[in-house]
Design a protein around this ligand. Structure first.
Ligand code: GAR
Length: 213
């Protein structure tokens, strides 16, 4: 590709992962940040960075699929090559997601396939795990179920709470997500029906160290 990768992001919350992406000075152009919440901090982060924003309210649409078709229609219109779900907290209609196969990634705060969905830090503590982590995966119709491409790990400490785990993990997320987007932008990480890194199918999730080389 002879131009920077065009990246759109969807986010429902405060937008710290989006802020980390922007701060990483990646060889990409951010073309749109969309949200299902007009008050999402992520929209402020985007506006402050001069990135076009869009908020649609799911209640303004008769069905979830109608909402998803509208939102993803805007994403398509933005000309995005890659869609990053950076704290986007809605399940997406399967047919809508299918059109983005290999072109959409999500960051999830667990060591997938463990703990899909919500309350991942609590689930990790309840299970007594020695390790916690975050995963970046290609998005498929299955919630938090697409092929994992990279993971960051942290130790669980005896005195950890949900809040302390979330806080420590977020620091790792802020390195992991930009590293994956950089790998896609530079062509190291590609999708050919399955993820390829440096031309080889991934046999296990990349680590932040492998992505930094
Ligand atoms: C992040 O921890 C991200 O991993 C998580 O939401 C948070 C968003 O924080 N995503 C999910 O749970 C998706 N299933 P942010 O708005 O500060 O980036």
């Amino acid at each position: 590709m002879d131009r920077p990768l065009r990246v759109a992001a969807l986010a429902s919350g405060r937008g710290s992962n989006l802020a980390a992406l922007i701060a990483a000075r990646l060889p990409v152009t951010f073309v749109l940040v969309g949200s299902d919440k007009a008050g999402a901090g992520a929209l402020t982060v985007a506006r402050d960075a001069g990135i076009p924003t869009l908020a649609l309210n799911p209640r303004d649409f008769p069905t979830r699929a109608d909402f998803d078709r509208a939102l993803f229609g805007h994403v398509a219109d933005s000309g995005a090559d890659l869609l990053v779900l950076a704290g986007y907290m809605r399940i997406i209609d399967a047919a809508v997601v299918a059109a983005w196969e290999g072109r959409a990634i999500n960051i999830h705060p667990s060591l997938l396939p463990k703990y899909r969905g919500l309350h991942t830090h609590r689930q990790c503590l309840d299970a007594g795990d020695a390790e916690h982590g975050a995963s970046v995966h290609f998005v498929t119709a299955e919630l938090d179920g697409g092929p994992v491409v990279a993971q960051a790990r942290i130790d669980v400490r005896p005195d950890d709470s949900e809040a302390s785990l979330a806080e420590r993990l977020l620091v790792e997320e802020h390195t992991l997500l930009p590293a994956v987007v950089r790998a896609i932008a530079t062509g190291r990480l590609r999708w050919q029906g399955t993820p390829l890194f440096d031309g080889q199918p991934l046999t296990s999730p990349l680590t932040p160290a492998a992505l930094a080389v």
